[in-house]
Design a protein around this ligand. Structure first.
Ligand code: PRT
Ligand code: ZN
Length: 220
């Protein structure tokens, strides 16, 4: 059978947890070699180590068969994952990498609810999710796309507020910002494309999902 190709983040917050989950499911890789693609020692599986931003498109386009990525990246790159005609499907929520995408506002400026964002510039690395949210709430504000250190933008005058990932809230706090509205609750999810797999690959994926379910159950 053709190898089942799995995309995970090469290096970052999700990498080790993804590898450890796959290891606990019985898949062994040579972790010393951080190559783009590495074949599992004992199963017809290839691991593809890439930037998390690329995983949704790789799965959509069939470059990979399945992938593990934050729901935030999936929603940003592919759109609403709950829609039935979405080309990439969430098949498991994995219970790690939890965070939320929230709007944050300067502590020094009075906040009077969502309307306070009207006419403001909001810095974010998630312009698609933010724009969809603002539109759904009929708020006219400008999403300013920034690739990193979004939390510093209000203090340097680039934006009035931000929309960013939050876990403990410490980053917002130390930059004089407060979380005011949560747009999306996120965690790492296992995704697959709508494309048909070979029947042996499909069977292998079914067995892998059973192992993943067993692993998730054992840790709860
Ligand atoms: O290089 P590559 O593009 O692959 O990685 P990356 O830098 O884009 O992503 P990475 O490794 O930072 O995060 C990968 C995924 O982890 C994200 O897409 C989320 O799904 C998830 N995740 C969970 C988080 C956080 N928690 C998180 N706290 N991603 C980022 N943060 C950042 C946030 O952007 C902010 O700067 O942490 C800061 C806030 O943390 P607190 O604890 O101070 O609130
Ligand atoms: Zn990224």
């Amino acid at each position: 059978m053709k190898n089942l190709r799995i995309a995970i983040q090469k290096s970052g917050r999700l990498s080790e947890k993804c590898l450890s989950l796959l290891n606990r499911c019985g898949l062994q890789f040579d972790n010393r070699k951080r190559t783009l693609i590495s074949r599992a020692k004992n199963h017809p599986v290839e691991l593809m180590l890439v930037r998390d931003d690329d995983i949704p498109h790789y799965v959509r386009d069939g470059v990979c068969d399945i992938g593990i990525v934050g729901l935030n990246e999936l929603e940003e790159k592919i759109g609403c994952s709950k829609s039935p005609d979405n080309p990439v499907k969430v098949i498991r929520s994995l219970g790690f990498g939890s965070c939320r995408l929230s709007l944050a506002w300067p502590k020094s400026v009075p906040f009077e609810g969502l309307e306070s964002f009207s006419g403001k510039r909001i810095a974010t690395s998630y312009p698609n999710i933010l724009e969809r949210y603002l539109e759904s709430k009929s708020i006219a504000a400008e999403a300013v796309e920034i690739s990193g250190s979004v939390e510093v933008t209000p203090s340097i005058g680039v934006a009035d507020a931000i929309c960013d990932l939050v876990s403990t809230g410490a980053t917002l706090d130390s930059n004089g910002l407060k979380e005011v509205i949560t747009i999306l609750e996120s965690e790492a999810v296992l995704v697959r494309s709508n494309q048909t797999l070979e029947s042996e690959q499909e069977d292998f994926l079914t067995r892998l999902l059973q192992r993943i379910d067993g692993t998730l159950l054992a840790q709860n």
